[in-house]
Write a protein that binds this ligand. Sequence first.
Ligand code: ADP
Ligand code: MG
Length: 379
Amino acid sequence: GYQRVLEENRKLYNQLQDLKGNIRVYCRVRPFFGQVNNAGIVGSLEEGSISLIIPSKYGKEGKKIFNFNRVFGPTATQAEVFADMQPLIRSVLDGYNVCIFAYGQTGSGKTHTMSGPNDLTEESVGVNYRALRDLFLLSEQRKDTISYDIFVQMLEIYNDQVRDLLATDGSNKKYPSLTGSQNGINVPEANLVPVSSTSDVLNLMNLGQKNRAVSATAMNDRSSRSHSCLTVHVQGKDLTSGSHLRGSMHLVDLAGSERVDKSEVTGDRLKEAQHINKSLSALGDVISSLAHKQTHVPYRNSRLTQLLQDSLGGQAKTLMFVHISPEPDALGETLSTLKFAERVSTVELGAARVNKESSDVKELKEQIANLKAALARKE
Ligand code: ADP
Ligand code: MG
């Protein structure tokens, strides 16, 4: 029946994903503020593509289509967004290294996706909290076969310097060094806190938030000019074989990608802008060389890529989540965000795609035929 066909469809789709490599690119458009039923510059939106309406002043007038592994529109809920990322996140408990990062200009919705809005509710909590809650749930389900220990670190990178957001007075280094991986832990000097419940997680998130806020008073909204990273380390012990596994996941809310007009800023602002620029292009270079299977991957060009190194490339799974705003005023930045995404993307036009909404067996069978053909071609 339908369930079996759907399952086969999913299985083939996952095989195809594996063949395509471990870099996925998602896109999320936030709502157009203040104007209900106004899509702004968004023309049409489908599961794997989005079209934008480009006015003549940005070059060739007309619609331009961008393809992604997945596109979320303004009405997508936090739960829907998380549901799509869930298999990736769960693979941490199988010993994979995962990196999920939110990219986009300030105000495009990165923090909304990763943390949620300021007034958090059960529905509005973001990926970070949902990810940990789900890991607890799954590890509980597996507890008769595997025993898991889960730890978190929270770091900030500001002006190419790493700061421990969980440092408590005197106990740790506030500015830990990147010494290279020790037992899979990249920043051994930073606080590594065991967590076993969602309330542990909330407490740590509050502490991290408070530590970040301290500097925000000195510098207006530093949060959009630094990268923040929640790292989850997992250690598992197979209770029958006694074998161990280790997985880790970085959940990164990147600094705003907007270009800063060099003629208008000086001093600290200019320095910040240069650091952001440098680290984001270093990240783009790394992902791009991985996506295009180049032999040299330039991890060492920034602290950001050094920090994420273990979770980018090799067997690691990477999800780049680009965020755009539908406001006409933001179009210039939106196009440059999409260009960045395109540069690092391996998503092909017209590739076989599973329509998960489909409930029609005939349609699913057609998709299965397409997926099999794509697998045979090793696309
Ligand atoms: P960024 O972190 O990229 O600077 P924010 O996440 O702070 O952007 O989003 C800017 C504003 O837009 C916030 O008030 C946020 O709550 C709101 N917002 C962003 N994305 C969404 C969304 N998908 N649905 C509703 N509100 C959103
Ligand atoms: Mg933000």
